[in-house]
Structures are given as C-alpha cells and as structure tokens.
Design a protein around this ligand. Structure first.
Ligand code: ADP
Ligand code: MG
Ligand code: ZN
Length: 473
C-alpha cells in the first residue's frame, strides 16, 4: 500500500431547510402521504413556469461565504437531461457553467495535522422524486421532486478515508450551524458521492477514478473508500486497469459493485434553462448575509480553547454538533469546563448512543449536569455514585441534588462524625494499630475498609484518609 497514494474528491448533496420547494410553492415536509406535496410545476406538466425560491439563493450564498468561496453575482440554471421515472420533466434543473459559488476551501484537522481542502464549486439544484418497488409493481412518489439542494464539489485534495470523513463532518457541522440543512444522513438530507483513484507515490498525473454513489453514513464512507482503494491497488498489482465507472457500496457485504461504466455514462446535454433568467444577486444582500453569519464551528472551537482552557481534542468534540456546543456553554456557566467536557464526552455521549437519541431528547438539562459536577466537587457524592445514577438522571430529568438526598446517596464528609468512627475502628483493632506504627503502613487500607463498612460505603475516602493519618501519627 505504501507505494500508492489515494486521491479522493467528494460531491456532497445537502437538502436545504426551506418551507417550500425550489421552483414552486409546494411544501417540503417529510413523511406525508405519497404525492401529497405535488403541483403542476414539480410534476413536470407542460406549459408551466418555474419561479425561483429566494431563500435557496440566500442559503447557497451563506454556505459559500462560510467556506471561503467567491460568490458569483450572476449565475445560470441549466437543464441536465436524462430519462428516469422519478424525473417527470426529463431533465433536472441544476447549474453547470456558471454556478453560484466557486473557489472555496475548508480546513480540516486529522491526527493533529491541519490541512486545507479546496472546494471547486457550490451549485443550486432540485432533487428528483423517489421510485418505490413493492408488491410486484413500481410506484413514483414526487414529494421530493423539486426539494432544494446545494451540491458542494471538492477538489481531489483528500488522501485518505479519514480526511474524507473529517471534511464531511466539517461541512455538515457548518450547515447545521447555519441552520440551513438538518444534516440527517439516514433520511438523505446530507449525502455524498466519493470519487476515488490511486497513483504511484510521486506521480503527478491523477489515476483513473471510480465514483461511489450516495453513501449515507460516516462509517460507510470510511468503509467504502478503504474497500475501493484496496480493490484498485489489487487490480493494478495484477497488471489490470481501473475502469472509470460508477459503483455502489453494498453495506451488508462491505463491498462496492459496478453500476454503470463510462461507455454507458450519461451525456447530459447541459444547456441554460430558457424558463429561468440568470440569477442576479445584489452585493448589498451578500454583505447583509455575511454580517448575519453565526459563529462557525472553527472559530467556536478556538474560542472554547481560549475562553474555557479546553484542549483541542475536547473542543473539537464539543463543537461538532451545535446542540452539544450550546449545551456545554449553558452548563459551563456554573461548573468546571474540563470536568463538564469529560462528562459530556464520556457518560453523556455513551447514554445518547445507547438510547439512540439526540441531546435535546435527553432529560438531563445542562443545569442538572452542572449541578451533578458540583455535587462531586463539593464531596457530596462520590464519582462512582454519580456514574451509577447518571442514566436515571438522563431518563427522568430530576434534580441531582434532590435525587441523591431522597435516595440517601449523600456521601458522609462530616469531619466530626467521621472522626468518631475512625477513633472507634482504631480502638477496636489495637494489634493492627501497633503493627502500623511499627512500619506496616499497608494496613491503611484495612482501616479504610473497616471504616467504609461502618459508614455503609458512604464515607468520603479523602476525608477518611486524612483523619486516619492524623490519628495514627
Ligand atoms: P462528474 O460531474 O462527472 O462527477 P467532476 O469533474 O465534477 O465530474 O468531478 C467530480 C469529483 O471528482 C470532484 O470532486 C473531483 O475533485 C473528483 N475527481 C476528479 N478526478 C479525480 C480523480 N482522478 N481521482 C479522484 N477524484 C477525482
Ligand atoms: Mg460526479
Ligand atoms: Zn410543486
């Protein structure tokens, strides 16, 4: 493998969170009955005219500004012609020669190293409908036809599956911070095609690429790319050639399969759509949108490090989802940042994963997490108890302070009370006390054990240790 270099370029489709479709007033709502959200425009009736949704332009420009693109104040919609049952017009309205944004870049960090990935272009387009094959028949649902997308095309700048995933995560985070896409990969709101080739190390010219279609999770992106790279290396090593083709990743088998080769590849016969005027964006609108951009993941990550003293790893983890970052910022008002980060990255993430839910569905409020951290800090409960009750706090949404008081989980830290117990344990074990004083210091754990038994496990270990040392001296 060391003799070859992997080259990856990604085409990402992000569904925009508008209320209505890109060229008509139909709703974009997901999950309604088939063909509920359909009108003459999005079902491709003859004689209708598309009217561009202004929000789509605003969102595309905001994304472009966020990833350092040049904004083209004039861009052109084009028809991309192909035949498929889910495409009633026989063409998709997209952009080709003059897209709305070009020449951007995204910075990623992989294994502590920063790298810049070029973005070739962003264009606006409509989604197609959906074919459903069932009961020995095929059905077409056009609810998704005309739903707005932006396609973000990268330069072939990535050199490993890890870089590809880091790039995708960064794009998704930015879209979510901007609030212009819900980022749901399973429902296809954020999906990617991966173009992959290999070349001998040192060779400048790019190898022949294959394109993997519509991969719908970060894990599958990683798996599909790694499989495809090995397949291509095997081919070359066997003296064969990589054929330029479109391939599908079979999740169950963990392999890629040829879908169509270049010979069957489409000639889309792109040409400017005569129904739509060139898109003119005013510079003053671009300026307004630029001023209104929220804090983006990259700067929030830097701020988390400088303002809260977090290390880069924790900061990267916390800012990956806007909801998580917001949660942290709420909780950190009243608790230690590093300790909070540990609880969020550890027990909270584990809980969300196990329950397969998002942080907004979890009932542990940021205030309650902060209260829990404080309870440990003050010695009211042990770390162990906090971990034991964590899942309950998440599912029931009760106040940690009230919960531990009600359940009698409060740690015994009262010095006077513990002092008496320590004294009584020492009085009950004179032989061990003598042995300890003669140098058998290991006996300290024996005493701690005896005291813990008397406090039913609730004695505060650090207070006990302190008192013991004092009384044994
Ligand atoms: P198409 O629209 O036919 O897929 P594009 O020129 O738009 O072709 O390229 C699509 C993607 O393929 C881009 O992200 C680009 O960076 C990537 N790409 C192009 N050539 C290669 C290659 N040899 N190896 C890997 N990726 C490539
Ligand atoms: Mg492509
Ligand atoms: Zn419609």
């Amino acid at each position: 493998m060391a003799r070859y270099e992997t080259v990856i370029g990604l085409e990402v489709h992000a569904q925009l969170k508008t209320n209505t479709k890109i060229f008509c007033n139909c709703s974009t709502q997901f999950g309604v009955a088939a063909n509920e959200n359909v009108c003459p425009v999005c079902s491709g009736m003859p004689g209708v005219l598309p009217v561009l949704n202004k929000k789509v332009v605003e969102y595309a420009v905001k994304m472009g500004l966020s990833i350092n693109c040049q904004i083209n104040l004039c861009s052109v919609f084009a028809r991309k012609n192909y035949f498929y049952p889910d495409l009633p017009k026989g063409y998709q309205i997209s952009q080709f020669e003059l897209p709305i944004c070009e020449h951007g870049h995204v910075d990623i960090v992989v294994n502590g190293e920063k790298k810049r990935i070029g973005v070739t272009r962003i264009h606006m387009e409509e989604d197609a409908g959906k074919n459903i094959h069932r009961d020995n028949a095929s059905y077409v649902d056009l609810n998704r036809a005309g739903v707005p997308l932006i396609e973000i095309v990268s330069e072939p700048d990535m050199r490993s599956a890890e870089e590809a995933v880091a790039y995708l995560k960064e794009l998704r985070a930015i879209l979510l911070y901007l609030g212009i896409c819900d980022g749901n990969m399973e429902e296809g709101s954020f999906r990617c095609d991966a173009n992959i080739s290999i070349r001998p190390v040192g060779q400048e010219e790019l190898g022949t690429r294959t394109e993997l279609k519509n991969i719908n999770s970060f894990r599958n992106v990683q798996k599909a790319i790694n499989y495809e790279v090995e397949r291509q290396i095997d081919l070359i090593e066997d003296g064969e050639k990589v054929i330029q083709q479109t391939r599908l990743f079979d999740t169950a088998k963990g392999q890629t399969f040829a879908m169509r080769s270049k010979e069957e590849a489409h000639d889309y016969r792109y040409y400017p759509d005569p129904d739509l005027r060139p898109v003119q964006v005013r510079q003053e609108d671009v300026d307004t949108w630029k001023k209104g951009l929220p804090e983006l993941p990259d700067s929030r990550c830097k701020r988390f490090q400088s303002q809260y003293g977090l290390d880069e790893k924790d900061a990267v983890l916390l800012i990956s989802e806007k909801e998580i970052a917001d949660y942290f910022e709420e909780a950190v008002k009243t608790a230690d940042a590093k300790k909070l980060a540990n609880w969020i990255a550890g027990d909270l993430f584990a809980y969300l994963k196990q329950q397969n839910c998002s942080i907004s569905e979890c009932k542990l409020s940021p205030q309650n997490l902060s209260e829990l951290v404080e309870l440990i800090e003050k010695g009211t409960i042990s770390n162990k108890i906090a971990q034991d009750i964590f899942a309950t706090l998440c599912s029931e949404g009760v106040s940690p302070a009230k919960y531990v008081a009600d359940k009698g989980l409060v740690q015994l830290s009262d010095t006077d009370e513990l002092e008496g117990i320590v004294a009584s344990v020492l009085a009950e074990n004179p032989a061990e006390v003598e042995a300890y004083r003669a140098g058998k210091t290991k006996l300290i754990s024996f005493f701690v054990g005896q005291i813990m038994r008397k406090t039913k496990g609730k004695g505060n270990p650090s207070v006990i240790n302190e008192l013991l040392e004092k009384q044994l001296q």
